[in-house]
Design a protein around this ligand. Structure first.
Ligand code: C2E
Ligand code: MG
Ligand code: MG
Ligand code: MG
Length: 284
C-alpha cells in the first residue's frame, strides 16, 4: 500500500513537472515570435528627488502583451529570455525605444534637459561583443548624449567576472553613461571591489524599504546602505516607496532619490504625458 502511494505521488509529481516543462517550452517558442511580432511594450516609472518631489528621470520597465495570455510581467519571462539568450535582442529593442522616447520628451517638454532614462541590463547584454558599438549607434540616431543614460545591473552580475566587468563599466563611464546597482543589499557584493568600480548609484531593494517599519533589522539595512553610499561617494535611490512614513524615514536618513507607487507606478507614455506633463513640465 505504501508502495502504491509513493508510486502515485511519483506519477503526480511527474505530471506536474511535465506541465511545467511544456509551459516553459511554449513560452520559449512564443518569446521567439514575440520579438518578430512586436508584442513588447514599455512602461516608464518616475524617479523622484525626495527633497523637492521633482521628477529627475524614468526607469524603463518591459511588459509582454501575449496574444493569448494577456500581459506578462518581466519576472515571468526575463529569466527564460536570459537562459535562451533572447534577452540581448529584447534589451537592444528596449534600449532603442527608451532612447527615442527620452529624446522626444527632452525636445517637447520644458525644463527636461537634465532628464535621464534608466534601462535594466542582464549579464548577457554586458557580455555581447558589439555592445559598445550598438549603444553608440542608438545614441547617435536619437541624437542623445551618454549622460542621459543610466544602466541598471544587479549586484550578482558584478562579481561574475570582475576584471571584464570593470573594463566594460569603465568604457561605459567614458561615454558618461551611469551605472546603478539594482536590488542592492540582496546580493553579495564586496566592499573590496565596490569602491574600485565606476558605479554611480545604489538602488536599495524594495524588500528592505517596504519592511522598514515592520522590521527593525530592515530599517538598519536601509540606514547602513545609505551610510555606505555616502561613504563611497555614490547616490542612493530607494525602490518601492509606498507610504508617507517610508518617505519621511528615508528623507530623514538622507536618501536623495526614490521611486514607488506613492509617487507613480510604471506608466504608459500616454499616462506620463497626461498625468505628469502639466504646464509643459514634469511634476508628480
Ligand atoms: P527592478 O529593475 O528592480 O524594477 C523594479 C520593480 O519594482 C518593477 O517591477 C516595478 O514595477 C516594481 N515597483 C516599482 N515601484 C513599486 C512599488 O512601490 N511597489 C511594488 N510592489 N512594486 C514596485 P517589474 O516592472 O515587474 O520588473 C521586474 C524586474 O524585471 C525588474 O526589477 C528588472 O530586474 C526586470 N526587468 C524589467 N524590465 C526589463 C528590461 O527591459 N530588461 C531586462 N533585462 N530586465 C528587465
Ligand atoms: Mg531596475
Ligand atoms: Mg530594482
Ligand atoms: Mg527589484
Amino acid at each position: 500500500r505504501a508502495k502504491k502511494q509513493s508510486n502515485n505521488s511519483y506519477q503526480f509529481f511527474n505530471a506536474a513537472m511535465h506541465t511545467q516543462a511544456m509551459n516553459r517550452l511554449t513560452l520559449e517558442t512564443d518569446l521567439r515570435k514575440a520579438i518578430k511580432h512586436q508584442e513588447f511594450g514599455l512602461r516608464y516609472q518616475p524617479i523622484i528627488n525626495l527633497q523637492n518631489q521633482q521628477i529627475i528621470g524614468f526607469e524603463t520597465l518591459i511588459r509582454w502583451h501575449h496574444p493569448q495570455r494577456g500581459t506578462i510581467d518581466p519576472d515571468d519571462f526575463v529569466p527564460i529570455a536570459e537562459e535562451t539568450g533572447l534577452i540581448t535582442s529584447i534589451d537592444h529593442w528596449v534600449f532603442y525605444q527608451a532612447c527615442q522616447q527620452i529624446a522626444r520628451w527632452k525636445s517637447q517638454v520644458n525644463h527636461s534637459d537634465e532628464l535621464r532614462i534608466s534601462i535594466n541590463f542582464s549579464v548577457q547584454d554586458l557580455r555581447k561583443s558589439t555592445l559598445l558599438q550598438d549603444l553608440d549607434a542608438i545614441l547617435s540616431e536619437a541624437n542623445l548624449a551618454g549622460s542621459a543614460i543610466t544602466i541598471e545591473i544587479t549586484e550578482s552580475i558584478l562579481i561574475e567576472d570582475i576584471e571584464q566587468t570593470t573594463e566594460l563599466l569603465s568604457q561605459l563611464a567614458a561615454k558618461q553613461i551611469r551605472i546603478s546597482i539594482d536590488d542592492f543589499g540582496t546580493g553579495y557584493s564586496s566592499l573590496n571591489y565596490l569602491h574600485r568600480l565606476p558605479v554611480h548609484s545604489l538602488k536599495i531593494d524594495r524588500s528592505f524599504v517596504s519592511q522598514m517599519h515592520a522590521n527593525n533589522s530592515n530599517y538598519e539595512v536601509v540606514s547602513t546602505i545609505l551610510a555606505l553610499s555616502k561613504h563611497l561617494g555614490l547616490t542612493a535611490v530607494a525602490e518601492g516607496i509606498e507610504t508617507p512614513e517610508q518617505l519621511q524615514a528615508l528623507k530623514k536618513l538622507g536618501c536623495e532619490f526614490g521611486q514607488g507607487y506613492l509617487f507613480a507606478p510604471p506608466l504608459t507614455v500616454e499616462a506620463v504625458e497626461k498625468q505628469l506633463c502639466q504646464n509643459n513640465s514634469f511634476v508628480v
